[in-house]
Ligand binder design. Structure first.
Ligand code: ZN
Length: 427
């Protein structure tokens, strides 16, 4: 890379010098439970962090009326009161180089059964070089490393020569509407970097993700005459089996997909929630289940949606009761399009050089069977958005953790990337 070796070394040393502090701050952030609708105090924490670095802080409440008309919006029937985004901006007086967005999400997924965690999920702990806790990897380590990468430049007496926007957004885990709200507010840059846990690889293609809910009704009777009734839970079970067949069908079509043709199972369906019935001796009159489906880049969301609807309709028609009482299907939560990086050669080259300096080997391209906020920048604003982050274990499971040495090195490569991409001026 063109960044002089001695400057690169100085920047990497500056990351090392503050790394203990960085781990402590990450643990402090993990300690604030920020599951969806409870992110506000964690966002206040991020705003304080940005202010300490003398960034100008923009903290605003998301209003659905501002974003619901935009492409990429995902509907969610929930209260957006107390939903805040935070951006810390570094704006040079005379910007020279190329600007960058360093993005991350503050929301974490629910912690699940507490008794399955070795330690409480919001009591972070360092063990054998890994930081444990809900959100430690996905992605509070990333949010905090963005901040420390910028801080390392400052500690070396430099400032980026172009605008740098540190973004902490809500709702990456169910819609992406937080990242969308940043676009709506007007934030743009020449590139975006998102340190989601990626094991040091660059995500170049990812599936789309859709959520839907199926409401199944039954005919309730006392079980002694069960054959006169219709069991909503068993009907739901038959619909789920039909959807599983659709999953096989979608995966069989991977051979047409330029990015996932050799992936063993790219389109994953998941029944994530199920509720139904109220009494062991009553045939249940209702059952509701929520499903997540993965959509290959070679398919469109509208095509995928049609196929899901056809599948449920056909399965219901074969069902003894549902034929006359079809289930309701509601598309809510993620309606995330598949995303394939393009036009990212220049920014990739700069990240590759930074990565080589730190890791001593070339950057590897990877595909992802999950989605991330990068799609908003790429699809709706033409900004090359790179997902590149640390090594993790058990995200969305229990005993989630992130490898600290990996976090340290991704902080270094992020700092080197910003230095090279934006250029440096002396403070
Ligand atoms: Zn994430």
């Amino acid at each position: 890379m063109s960044l002089a070796a001695d400057i690169a070394r100085k920047i990497m040393d500056a990351v090392d010098a503050r790394f203990d502090d960085q781990v402590e701050v990450t643990a402090d952030l993990v300690r604030i439970p920020s599951t969806r609708y409870k992110e506000a105090p964690a966002q206040d924490f991020m705003a304080r962090l940005y202010r300490e670095q003398q960034l100008s802080v923009d903290r605003w409440q998301i209003r659905l009326d501002d974003i619901r008309h935009l492409p990429g919006y995902s509907p969610l029937q929930q209260d957006y009161e107390n939903t805040w985004n935070v951006v810390g901006a570094w704006r040079p007086t005379n910007p020279q180089g190329r600007s960058v967005i360093l993005n991350g999400h503050i929301d974490v997924v629910p912690e699940g059964p507490l008794d399955m965690w070795q330690r409480p999920p919001f009591a972070p702990e360092v063990r054998d070089g890994w930081l444990y806790g809900r959100g430690a990897a996905d992605m509070k380590a990333g949010l905090v490393l963005n901040h420390y990468a910028l801080l390392a430049l400052r500690r070396c007496g430099y400032r980026p020569a172009a605008e740098v926007y540190l973004q902490s957004v809500v709702e990456e885990e169910c819609t992406g509407n937080g990242a969308l709200a940043c676009l709506q507010r007007g934030y743009r840059a020449d590139a975006a970097l998102i340190p989601e846990p990626s094991s040091h690889a660059l995500t170049v293609a990812q599936v789309g993700v859709m959520w839907f809910q199926v409401k199944v009704t039954g005919h309730p009777v006392h079980v002694y005459q069960a054959d006169a009734g219709s069991n909503a839970i068993e009907s739901a079970f038959r619909l789920i089996q039909a959807l599983r067949e659709l999953e096989k069908n979608w995966n069989a079509r991977k051979s047409d997909d330029a990015h996932f043709h050799d992936h063993h199972h790219p389109a994953n369906f998941n029944v994530g929630k199920i509720n139904g019935g109220d009494w062991a001796s009553s045939v249940p009159a209702w059952c509701t289940f929520d499903m997540r489906v993965g959509v290959l880049p070679s398919m469109s969301l509208s095509q995928a949606r049609r196929e899901v609807e056809d599948c449920v309709r056909n399965a219901a028609a074969r069902d003894p009761y549902l034929g006359n009482s079809p289930p309701a299907l509601l598309w809510e939560g993620f309606q995330a399009e598949p995303f394939v990086l393009s036009g990212h050669e220049k920014v990739r080259a700069v990240l590759d050089a930074a990565h080589r300096t730190v890791f001593g080997k070339p950057l590897v391209d990877e595909r992802s069977t999950a989605t991330a906020d990068n799609r908003f920048f790429g699809l709706y604003a033409g900004i090359p958005a790179l997902v590149y982050g640390p090594r993790s274990k058990d995200i969305h499971g229990f005993d989630e953790c992130v490898e600290l040495d990996s976090v340290r090195r991704i902080t270094q490569s992020t700092a080197l990337f910003v230095a090279e991409w934006c250029g440096l001026e002396t403070a």
